[in-house]
Design a protein around this ligand. Structure first.
Ligand code: HEM
Length: 414
């Protein structure tokens, strides 16, 4: 494929050159496929002759307009690190669809204010705090694995991937497990219905629920993260109601299903590649680097930024008010940054991928997610022998969040 194959005659703002208006939704998580590497198609975006800045005219996320896109590692890095030109205002701001005006915190806040919220939340995400969680996370993982290991079969996406990290997250926040199915149903509506009325309705219900949860934690505080925020203070003053809901809401949105999708894609790859499974069993010392490589090769989220002031770049002008999407689904495979980028190398070092983005908004939950994935890999491989996809099962992936709903895998029980 080349530039001409993607060009479309859709409407775009007048400052966007016609030849840059393209349909590259295949790289933006909209095109299901059945490849071992579901992100393989994005190499075409970095082929010689393709301009480094393209424009996708289609609505995305909660937005109704199109977006510039960058696909090279160095360009993505520039966007994440240049806070003077690029802002996270409006990113994942689904609450606007429910008529709410509070910002998502910390994601929707630019430096320097962003730093004070990060410092406030970090207390629950330091290595020491996460180490304290570890026995509980390990217990949850092993109990669940032990429950299905003798059966020789599990739907690893639906019965495990979907459940395990959400249990960890609910426990971290102090949210009730009884809300599990309801939360996931709301999240599905918000991230996947692609219907603004349905998205807005789900957001309204989540926020109403979270406001009650906050009031409950203010009346009866406990030692969980939800209560810490509900009763929090920064610089000696209590957090405002908007700050409290802004943080609680965004953690709910960011923490619920990201690890779940990662797990499903991780097991899909291992089930389709038994040599990889064997390598991981033979080299437990690669556990850390292998988790990082799974993350690099499964960039679930393509993040976008709001252009704050006009900028001339690659022969075009980005105007204040435009959006620009960083195609992590491409940057993570840029050969200028990663040698032999399409090869899954479980021992890869210097693996600075963008699955958790980069710059100041680097995912707050990254260390928690890594720890969960490492524990899981260790415990699963110790308890379940070589596994494969159940014959006849559909292994189609939509390369984004909640990317695999069902993935039955089978093995010969010990
Ligand atoms: C593999 C799992 C995860 C992935 C792939 C992931 C991905 C991301 C990405 C891409 C961003 C940046 C969004 C942007 O800049 O546009 C982000 C930010 C964030 N994530 Fe995660 N995330 C994961 C797990 C978690 C978990 C478990 C939590 C919470 C318990 C969490 C909480 C957050 C928060 C609070 C931010 C905002 C950080 C800031 O703005 O300073 N994430 N995450």
């Amino acid at each position: 494929m080349a530039l001409a194959d993607w060009q479309v005659g859709e409407a775009a703002p007048p400052h966007v050159p016609r030849e840059r208006i393209v349909d590259i939704r295949f790289a933006m998580g909209h095109a299901p496929n059945d490849l071992l590497d579901p992100y393989a198609a994005t190499d075409a975006l970095r082929a010689p002759g393709v301009p480094r800045l393209l424009y996708s005219p289609y609505p995305f996320g909660d937005k109704t307009q199109g977006t510039w896109t960058v696909a090279h590692y160095a360009d993505i890095q520039r966007v994440y690190e240049d806070n003077a030109h690029f802002s996270t205002r409006g990113v994942a701001q689904f609450q606007l669809l429910a008529g709410e005006t509070f910002p998502s915190i910390p994601l929707g806040i630019d430096p320097p204010d962003h730093g004070k919220y990060r410092r406030f939340l970090n207390v629950h995400f330091t290595p020491v705090a996460l180490k304290r969680l570890e026995p509980q996370v390990r217990r949850m993982a092993t109990e669940m694995i032990d429950s299905f290991a003798p059966l020789g079969e599990v739907d690893i996406a639906w019965d495990f991937g979907r459940v395990f990290p959400v249990r960890v997250f609910l426990d971290l926040m102090g949210l009730p497990f009884a809300m599990f199915e309801q939360f996931l149903a709301w999240e599905w509506e918000i991230l996947h219905s692609r219907d603004h009325a349905r998205m807005g309705e789900a957001v309204r219900q989540v926020i109403a629920y979270l406001r009650e949860f906050i009031a409950e934690k203010q009346a009866r505080p406990d030692d969980k993260l939800g209560s810490y925020i509900a009763n929090g203070a920064i610089d000696g003053r209590a957090l405002t109601p908007d700050e409290v809901i802004g943080m609680t809401w965004f953690l709910w949105l960011g923490g619920l299903d990201t690890v779940a999708s990662t797990i499903s894609q991780m097991f899909r790859r291992m089930a389709l590649d038994q040599d990889l499974q064997q390598q991981l069993r033979d080299h437990p010392e690669w556990n850390h680097s292998a988790v990082e490589e799974f993350l690099r090769m499964q960039p679930l989220v393509n993040s976008f930024r709001l252009v704050k002031q006009d900028l001339d770049w690659d022969g075009v002008t980005l105007k204040a008010g435009d959006y620009i999407t960083c195609l992590n689904s491409s940057g993570n495979f840029d050969p200028d940054q990663f040698p032999d980028p399409r090869r899954f190398d479980p021992a890869r070092s210097a693996n600075r991928h963008y699955t958790f983005v980069g710059g100041v908004h680097l995912c707050l939950g990254a260390h928690l997610a890594r720890r969960e994935l490492r524990i899981l890999l260790e415990e699963f491989l110790a308890r379940v022998p070589t596994f494969r996809v159940k014959p006849g099962a559909d292994t189609t992936v939509t390369p984004g969040l909640l990317s695999i709903r069902n993935l039955p895998i089978v093995w010969d029980p010990k």
